[in-house]
Design a protein around this ligand. Structure first.
Ligand code: SF4
Ligand SMILES: [Zn+2]
Ligand SMILES: [Zn+2]
Length: 312
């Protein structure tokens, strides 16, 4: 099997593109896909200051690497959740990448540790406020990213969601006809409130397998294990189902998700109207100033509850 581009020996086959690439051309393919995503969804330009959410996994580290190599100004934030073994290991991977690769591009790494602030890791905190771990985690991450973006002047927040993540999320939203989530799902979302960062997903054109291959090829050392709290999550099942469909019929995931984006971009879908409606419902939290639809935001409510809660 030869490389579709340069005709030397191919190292990776991409059935969904009916193509195969050698190492050099595969790197070029990955960079092109990200550049295309940034351009077609009007995500950001060379003057924007980007904050990448890094977890130590393949997607977020690959994203940071690609943005820096494409010449963007991209720093990163790592939220240490205090999950035994997993957090220590992912922390080490992030710091190693920051020191060896990102540092040579002049990029900075910000770190927020959940334990330091609340005296407990994410699992203990979730128990204390009687909420599922992942929803507690989501609230904390959203809050910390908004906070870091405002404090350090970033106008774009980038996450490493890939095609598999977005297709699985779309499948979940469609199966339950969650209209509100469907309207909000997209790779480039405007800032919820003036002055806050916009949210983008520049890897939505690449699959998990392609990103893992990119990391191996570029010697990016990432944490292979999933967060232990993800066990039993619905999205893992949706991914499995989509993988089966993809094996039978290569290109299914991209037809599904890109087709959705295509429909969404038509004027009659009016995603802007939804965003505008959201914006008008939001106002600053009376305790911390972050955007919320209630008087006090969910982060402030949660931390207040954690302070007064008695461990069971
Ligand atoms: S699986 Fe849950 S706890 Fe783990 S990082 Fe994801 S949202 Fe957070
Ligand atoms: Zn080639
Ligand atoms: Zn608040």
């Amino acid at each position: 099997m030869n490389c579709t581009k340069c005709k030397t020996k191919a190292a990776i086959k991409l059935p969904r593109h009916n193509a195969a690439f050698c190492n050099g051309c595969f790197n070029g393919f990955v960079h092109d896909q990200v550049a295309k995503a940034i351009k077609s969804q009007k995500m950001f330009g060379k003057e924007d200051r980007i904050l990448v959410a890094v977890s130590g996994g393949k997607d977020s580290l690959a994203l940071w690497d690609i943005l820096l190599k494409l010449g963007y100004k991209a720093d990163a934030l790592y939220v240490n959740l205090g999950i035994v073994d997993y957090s220590e290991s992912s922390y080490r991977k992030v710091v190693f990448f920051a020191e060896t690769v990102a540092g040579s591009h002049g990029a900075a790494l910000h770190i927020h540790t959940v334990e330091q602030e609340k005296g407990a890791g994410i699992s203990e905190l979730a128990m204390l406020v009687h909420r599922p771990t992942c929803s507690t985690c989501g609230t904390i991450k959203r809050y910390q990213f908004n906070r870091a973006a405002i404090e350090h002047g970033y106008n774009v927040m980038a996450t490493g969601h890939n095609l598999d993540d977005e297709a699985a999320r779309l499948l979940g939203n469609v199966l339950h006809w969650q209209d509100e989530y469907l309207h909000k799902q997209g790779p480039s979302l405007p800032a919820s409130v003036e002055g806050f960062a916009k949210k983008v997903k520049p890897l939505y054109r690449l699959t998990e397998r392609e990103l893992a291959a990119y990391c191996v090829l570029n010697k990016i050392d990432y944490i292979v294990d999933e967060c232990p709290m993800a066990k039993g999550a619905r999205t893992l099942l949706y991914k499995e189902v989509l993988n089966r469909l993809e094996t039978e019929s290569p290109g299914t995931k991209q037809v599904f998700y890109w087709g959705f984006l295509d429909k969404q971009s038509k004027p009659e879908a009016s995603p802007k109207t939804m965003a505008e409606r959201d914006q008008s419902a939001l106002h600053p939290c009376s305790a911390c100033g972050q955007p919320t639809t209630a008087e006090v935001c969910s982060y402030c409510k949660m931390t207040a509850r954690a302070k007064t809660a008695v461990p069971r």
